[in-house]
Design a protein around this ligand. Structure first.
Ligand code: ADP
Ligand code: TZD
Ligand code: MG
Length: 583
């Protein structure tokens, strides 16, 4: 036996070859070209080793690169861009923590069914897999895979065009979602001849081909709908996303069936439409006999079909995702397919059916709406000093009513719930909020994504806590000179400013923030315009001026410290306290 045999040479970083720009191409160029071939026009991200050059090359080939201060916010922007355009929003991150910072947004996009692709630089597999302590070494694919719709790794430049095409198809086909694409250093830095790279590029055919539902399923749904005495359409953000606005309007108006929009479906049909049952949530739950879920999930936002819901009701569910059916309640008539195709088939069948709606149903909902609107007006009317959420919203409502083109971004607790109730939406996809997970910290990123996607004005209404998660992105708003007006509803806390520290040791209570903070100065510090307002009149003037200016602006809307209650409208989700707390 030869005891002198040496172990195999330990894997060292490979010595990179030098590409010849005349005949060679690196994977980074292949990536930029592949994104372009897939119709990507904008990327949101934050660069560093190993992806900096990718962003530079993207700009060179005509893809906008929107550079952020925090990856999560770039991801929120990509997700919102995807939701508004039906194209995948693309996020570019560096390895390890940059990847993880972005992944929170990618997973959130997946939960909300927004199409997005996170592309992350990733360290060489050789040293990552042996846990040899390489630069920013993390097995990112394994980390992402359980939580996204699809995850792929590309190890060679030759595979980049296919990898990108697969990621695009995964993000936008079927139920849209968040997709992860792991781009290793050998893939991005690898060299291939330009001629070979050109041959590998392709434009994927029909990446989001609509899937048609079974004709029998449509007939079953139509039969049930026609038998209903008190039917209702529940419109969800999947319906808004699918951009079938006219078909939805036709189905509602031709059947005469009232509709209830989930938060982000507000405006899909105007909130003040005669068939809007927006203010009749309890009545619908208790009385509707046939509930049609239109791109909406029967999740916690609808008490998962339990609680107040009429025990004898029946559901029709129009959804692209088969596993959504029977999720919380048995669905009597599932119609699985793309909503556009489903609506075409339902509209074609409609002349063969006669509706049997109780003639008292719609008038009863309309009478309830009148009463509910009075209740909202009574909340909006008082003029206390300092302002409350409601008096501030009276000002915002008046200005926004004159600007239906504004995309409204909304997050917070009381700030979310009260804004949703106070501000009517008249246009589809003009309201974006913290959505299915009710997460804070979507505001700035989503505002930027919406401004880039629409080219139009954006207004955010954010609680002061919510704003704190993403406030640094005022830097991005000003560098890209975006027409965004940020409104911070400053009540000095999570829910409010009145929390009492149980030990009285001088530390602030867990919910207490900075009631006298001047958030407007943050925007000014970065070259935008700041406003500080203490009355509804000042707020209305500032908001009008800020929208008209088209410049990045921030309005610190000073509220009273005691405006707002714990968890807004969803305090019931808190576990029962053992001892009373003041919040
Ligand atoms: P909301 O929160 O507004 O109720 P959800 O996000 O819970 O909305 O539900 C959206 C639903 O829409 C998801 O179940 C998703 O599968 C579905 N969906 C998304 N796109 C389409 C489409 N093109 N056709 C049919 N259903 C869709
Ligand atoms: N962290 C994340 C990521 N998401 C969350 N939803 C929370 C924490 C918990 N949370 C809420 O659910 S609402 C909220 C937090 C921290 C902030 C509420 O305060 P606000 O709004 O200032 O934004 P109001 O108007 O004071 O209620
Ligand atoms: Mg607050």
């Amino acid at each position: 036996m030869d005891n002198t045999t040496k172990p195999a040479t330990p894997a060292a970083a490979p010595v990179p070859a030098t590409p010849n720009p005349e005949v060679d191409m690196t994977g980074m160029y292949v990536l930029a070209n592949a994104l372009k071939a897939n119709g990507v026009e904008v990327i949101f991200g934050l660069v560093g080793i190993p992806v900096t050059e990718v962003a530079y090359i993207c700009q060179k080939v005509g893809i906008r690169f929107i550079s952020f201060r925090f990856e999560q916010q770039a991801g929120m922007a990509a997700a919102t861009y995807g939701y508004l355009t039906k194209k995948p929003g693309v996020l570019l991150t560096v390895s390890s923590l940059g990847f993880m910072n972005g992944l929170t947004a990618t997973i959130n996009a997946n939960v909300n069914c927004y199409p997005m692709i996170q592309i992350s630089g990733s360290s060489d597999r050789v040293a990552v897999d042996l846990e040899q302590g390489t630069y920013e070494g993390l097995d990112q694919l394994a980390f992402a895979k359980p939580w996204v719709k699809a995850a792929y790794r590309v190890n060679r430049p030759q595979d980049i065009p296919l990898g990108v095409a697969r990621a695009v198809r995964a993000a936008i086909s079927g139920r849209p979602g968040g997709v992860y694409l792991d781009m290793t250093v050998p893939a991005m830095g690898g060299i291939i001849p330009k001629a070979e790279a050109a041959k590998l590029q392709f434009e994927p055919v029909d990446p989001a081909s609509p899937v048609y539902p079974a004709p029998d399923a449509v007939k079953r749904a139509m039969e049930l709908l026609a038998s209903a005495k008190k039917p209702v359409f529940l419109l969800g953000k999947g319906a808004a996303y699918s951009q079938n606005d006219d078909k939805i309007k036709q189905l509602i108006e031709k059947t005469g069936i009232p509709f209830y929009p989930m938060s982000m479906a507000k405006g899909l049909m105007p909130d003040n439409h005669p068939l809007s049952a927006l203010s009749c949530r309890s009545m619908i739950m208790e009385e509707a006999d046939v509930v049609v879920l239109v791109g909406a999930r029967l999740n916690w936002l609808l008490s998962r079909g339990h609680g107040k819901w009429n025990k004898d009701n029946k559901y029709i569910q129009l959804d692209i995702e088969p596993t959504e059916i029977d999720c919380n309640q048995p669905i009597a008539a599932p119609v699985v397919g793309d909503l556009g195709a489903t609506l075409d088939m339902m509209l074609a069948e409609l002349p063969n059916y006669k509706m049997s709606i109780d003639p008292k149903w719609v008038p009863a909902l309309q009478a309830h709406t009148v009463e509910a609107n009075k209740y909202i007006e009574a909340k909006l009317a008082p003029n206390p000093s300092p302002m409350t959420h409601w008096s501030a919203l009276r000002a915002a409502r008046a200005v926004l009513a004159k600007h239906p083109e504004v995309t409204l971004i909304n997050e917070g607790a009381n700030t979310l719930d009260d804004t949703r109730d106070a501000i009517d939406m008249m246009q589809p996809r003009h309201r974006i909020d913290c959505a299915t997970w009710a997460i804070m910290g979507m505001g700035a990123g989503s505002a930027i994504g919406a401004a880039i996607a629409t080219g139009g004005p954006v207004v955010t209404i954010q609680g002061d806590s919510a704003f704190g998660f993403s406030g640094m992105e005022v830097s991005t708003m000003t560098r890209f000179n975006l027409p965004i007006t940020v409104c911070v509803f400053n009540n000095g806390g999570i829910y409010n400013n009145i929390g009492v520290n149980l030990s009285n040791d001088g530390d602030p209570a867990p919910t207490t923030l900075n009631l006298r903070a001047r958030y407007d100065k943050m925007m000014e510090a970065f070259g935008g315009v700041g406003y500080y307002v203490t009355t509804p009149e000042e707020y209305a003037t500032a908001l009008e001026t800020a929208i008209a200016s088209g410049k990045p602006s921030l309005i610190d809307v000073q509220l009273a410290g005691d405006s707002g209650k714990e968890s807004g409208h969803i305090g019931y989700l808190n576990p029962e306290p053992l001892i009373p707390i003041t919040v």
